[in-house]
Write a new protein. Structure first.
Length: 513
């Protein structure tokens, strides 16, 4: 259905139109997500610049300036009138008026010009998105995509406020994540899962919020949205900090901040958090008020070999997890990055809460230091490309006095609705979980407040169902999905092989003695 280009856009109309761009990219454009999101950003920047120019001319005319004089004033102080600068020759209409065979080069030129004009917000953002690579982006497919975006009409602030555009951008990222399967979960956390994490943290004014594995920036933006909900204009004092390994995903995060009107508050850096943390205080790890994160599940490329060979020069990783389970390495980095009064919420797969070895040692340190505030069991099948059950782990350097030396376990695995092929938390589910955490009361079958000493007595295993439902009858209350079962089997096989090698070496020494 055609869009009325004069009427305000709705989230549904904008989101549906953006997703229909997939029709023009399917089997034609490699990695279409990167190109679609870059074009959306480009059209918004161009249309908003024109809108701001028209608004400034109207205001200056009221002040008595002639048109030429007003243009001179605007050109002399462009940042006073524009949220984002767009140089001559770098507008959407410049690209639209380009011959099809040169269209990819024209888009590259325009995006490079916009990035150069706004270095603090966009430096390097479009470097890895080459619209002139005709094998990856055939000119006819790119032309069709531009035509499709043109049908949206002007993406001005009047027709499409920043919050609406930001939601549509996040929605489009989510759709691509769903389509791309497992890889999608590496750069996007489902909206309601992020909303729950932000609600549990309740960010305050003047706080610095950090995500060391920020993906497309969604969790940081959820935390900012929660701060705005709680504190209104005071939330302008909140600052966001993120680091993302993948250049393409980092670029999306930077664009995401701009489109949400959060660019001035956000510092997003590309790089490897465990190998080269971007945020330091001199030679020490910088510490933050609030941390929210969803590190990659079962990643094999988190730096195990480097840490095994050379250790961690920042002293963060005291317990090196197995190569196939790097989540607890990120947790140790986050704890080292947490300020004296800080709060941390991190999504972890269930295995992190009952596996032995280094992961058990991390849990022991957290419990013995009385840092664990809550563990919230989430429903299965929430995440794109993975049915692995997961939990929010809430760490707090200043736990509520009422909680004391106990940990809240919340069994929320049944709080969801089925939407298409995934489970989804509802707003009522989020509210119920947050209320339960804030209440600090036992609720049979839902919440259990467990003393640290009892957790220690159970070898620091922190399975939610074990504590809330009391399933210590010999049954297996920690059911693994296939991927985790295979990983656990390989862990056990590796441990056994190492033990046999050690035993063999010991026997040889005894024989030689």
């Amino acid at each position: 259905m055609a869009i009325d280009t004069t009427a305000p856009l709705t989230l549904r109309s904008l989101g549906d139109h953006l997703w229909r761009s997939e029709e023009f990219t399917r089997n034609k454009i490699q990695n279409p997500k990167d190109y679609v999101l870059a074009l959306l950003f480009f059209k918004r920047a161009s249309d908003r610049y024109a809108e701001e120019t028209a608004r400034a001319l109207e205001q200056l005319a009221v002040d008595g300036l002639e048109c030429d004089e007003a243009v001179g004033v605007i050109n002399a102080q462009p940042t006073a009138y524009h949220s984002l600068l767009v140089p001559d020759g770098c507008f959407w209409h410049d690209v639209r008026n380009t011959d099809e065979h040169r269209i990819g080069k024209a888009v590259n030129y325009a995006l490079a010009g916009i990035a150069k004009a706004n270095p603090s917000q966009l430096h390097g953002v479009f470097d890895s998105t080459d619209f002139n690579n005709k094998r990856a982006v055939p000119p006819d497919a790119l032309g069709d995509l531009l035509d499709h975006f043109e049908e949206l009409g002007p993406l001005t602030e009047e027709r499409c406020p920043p919050d609406l555009l930001g939601q549509a951008y996040e929605w489009t990222i989510a759709k691509f994540a769903a389509e791309s399967g497992k890889r999608g979960g590496e750069f996007y956390t489902p909206h309601q899962v992020g909303k729950l994490g932000a609600r549990l943290l309740a960010p305050k004014p003047h706080e610095d919020i950090y995500d060391p594995t920020c993906g497309s920036g969604g969790l940081l933006l959820q935390a900012l949205a929660e701060a705005r909900r709680l504190h209104g204009d005071e939330a302008r004092t909140v600052r966001l900090f993120g680091q993302e390994l993948t250049p393409e995903t980092w670029a999306i995060a930077r664009m995401n901040m701009v489109l949400h009107g959060a660019a001035d508050a956000a510092t997003i850096v590309q790089g490897d958090t465990l190998a080269s943390p971007a945020f330091l205080d001199g030679t020490e790890i910088r510490r933050f008020d609030t941390i929210i994160a969803n590190p990659p599940f079962s990643s094999k490329n988190w730096g195990w070999d480097r840490l095994k060979a050379g250790g961690d020069r920042y002293g963060r990783i005291k317990h090196l997890p197995k190569k196939q389970h790097g989540e607890m390495a990120f947790v140790q980095h986050m704890v080292a990055s947490l300020g004296d009064h800080g709060r941390l919420a991190v999504v972890l797969p269930n295995g992190c809460f009952f596996r032995g070895g280094a992961e058990q040692a991390v849990r022991r340190d957290l419990i013995d230091r009385n840092l664990v505030h809550a563990v919230v069991q989430l429903p299965k099948d929430l995440f794109f490309g993975s049915g692995i059950p997961a939990c929010w782990l809430l760490i707090n350097r200043e736990k509520p006095q009422k909680l004391g030396d106990r940990v809240l376990f919340v069994e929320a695995s049944e709080l969801f609705e089925r939407v298409d092929t995934k489970n989804r938390l509802r707003d009522d589910d989020v509210n119920e979980i947050v209320s339960a955490v804030n209440a600090v009361e036992d609720i049979p079958g839902f919440v259990a407040c467990i003393p640290n000493a009892e957790i220690a007595a159970r070898d620091y295993a922190m399975s939610v169902r074990r504590f809330v439902l009391g399933t210590d009858d010999g049954s297996n209350d920690d059911v693994l999905d296939l991927a985790e079962a295979i990983a656990a089997y390989r862990d056990a096989a590796e441990t056994r092989a190492n033990a046999e090698l050690h035993l063999d070496a010991l026997l040889r020494r005894l024989e030689d003695a």
